[in-house]
Design a protein around this ligand. Structure first.
Ligand code: C5P
Length: 411
């Protein structure tokens, strides 16, 4: 793939070097277009040596080639990392005052921007508005990571790790330019839960599960690309949330339940992708449980968690609301995966249940999925196989088929 790597002037520009190296190792052709201030952090020879290509910052550098047009037309993917507050502002305003911003106006391929700046700058209304403008035009703006910033401060604003930027960007490139995606979920408010809950045993231990959150994140990204207003409720996500803008982070089942119940009254579609613990310790001592030499392990008494999906389905108030559940299943002596899944659909009362087989390398933490979607009676309404994004799109297609034709929300 021909990748144009834009680098703007922030301390995190040093990570662009690692990203460049990674993309080259993966066999991509990379042309680096830094801004003039990026070159105050990392020298052009570094980018030239690692990319094997010429580096220029100004439209006047290569006039006979009309570089900004040639670069824009020749790229399959543009990644801007780091994207500073200034770069976001210039791109949002459509400025063309250097080679990078001029090129951004000529590209027709997917564009992924990975911002990095101090928390105050990221949260400033000007930056928030610029990011919203860029997203509305189909630019994929990755949420910055939280953590240590340049000085002693920490908070949201850190450039995500090069591996994460590369993965999200290549996924975006694989699915094509966002504006081309049908905006068939536009006007719908959707809430997707993802990840796996952790039930505290004591202040340092928990009962958890292997869910990475990848399928739920794919559902949220797909819905956002298709025009929905999305909130992702993430329980202990081990995967980056891509360009999903609104993320509520939770830990335990109780926190997940509270978040879902407070968002449910406004939601047109609720999707429970999260792997929720069925049981939690009855008591959570405030200090660490000690190992007493000579004594065996103390038993942990468990109590049942409420079934959030069944509760949301049962107690829904919003007219036309669609509730979707996921059932990670394995077969056993009493029936196969699909038999158990269909029985669960009838029990839970959701409108749709997406059944997927797990274990033996399937489902959890993998890139692909294979699902059968059944209705509340357990009748098959669709099936899908492929990347988690493809499965996500199939779920949304099915939601649109079962959703009663009511006027979309206007609030
Ligand atoms: O019963 P099982 O855990 O297999 O059901 C899976 C579905 O139910 C998922 O959609 C999951 O998010 C949801 N669930 C829930 N609350 C629970 C257990 C599961 O919402 N306590």
């Amino acid at each position: 793939m021909r990748i144009l790597l834009g680098v703007s002037g922030g301390v995190a520009a040093y990570k662009a070097v690692l990203l460049l190296r990674l993309l080259r190792e993966q066999g991509h052709q990379v042309r680096v277009v830094p801004t003039a201030s990026a070159l105050r952090f990392v020298g052009a020879p570094t980018f030239e040596a690692l990319s094997g290509e010429k580096v220029s910052t100004e439209v006047f550098d290569d006039v006979p080639q009309v570089a900004h047009v040639a670069l824009g037309q020749g790229a399959d993917l543009v990644i801007v990392a780091p994207a500073t507050a200034d770069l976001l502002a210039r791109a949002a305003a459509g400025r063309a005052d250097d080679l990078l911003t001029s090129t951004l106006l000529t590209v027709s391929c997917p564009v992924v921007m990975a911002p990095a700046m101090h928390t105050e700058m990221w949260q400033h209304p000007a930056t928030v508005a610029n990011v919203a403008t860029l997203r509305s035009r189909g630019v994929h703006v990755i949420e910055p990571a939280s953590g240590r910033l340049t000085g002693k401060d920490s908070g949201p604003g850190r450039l995500p790790e090069p591996e994460d930027i590369a993965r999200v960007a290549l996924e975006v490139a694989a699915r094509g330019v966002a504006p081309v995606a049908a905006q068939d979920l536009s006007g719908l408010r959707v809430v997707v839960s993802a990840g796996g809950t952790r039930e505290p045993i004591d202040p340092v231990r928990f009962i958890g599960n292997l869910s990475s959150g990848r399928q739920g994140i794919a559902l949220a990204c797909a819905a956002q690309d298709r025009g929905a207003d999305v909130t992702l409720v993430g329980a202990n996500l081990t995967e980056p949330v891509g360009d999903v803008a609104d993320v509520v982070r939770v830990g335990s089942t109780a926190e997940l339940r509270e978040a879902m119940r407070s968002l449910a009254p406004e939601a047109d579609v609720l999707v429970m992708t999260a792997a929720v613990a069925d049981f939690r310790p009855a008591r959570t001592p405030s200090s660490k449980i000690k190992k007493v030499p000579g004594q065996g392990p103390a038993p942990i008494e468990l109590v049942e968690n409420p079934d959030i999906l069944a509760e949301l389905a049962r107690e829904r108030e919003r007219p036309g609301q669609v509730v979707v559940g996921f059932a990670a299943e394995t077969g056993d002596d009493t029936g196969d995966v699909w038999h158990h899944g269909r029985a669960k659909a009838r029990r839970k009362g959701a409108d749709l249940l997406v059944i997927n087989p797990v274990g033996h390398g399937k489902g959890f933490g993998t890139d692909t999925n294979e699902v059968v979607i059944v209705d509340a009676e357990g009748e098959t309404v669709a099936s899908a196989q492929g990347s988690k994004r493809e499965v996500a799109d199939a779920v949304w297609d099915t939601v649109l088929k079962v959703r009663p034709p009511i006027a979309p929300t206007t609030d």
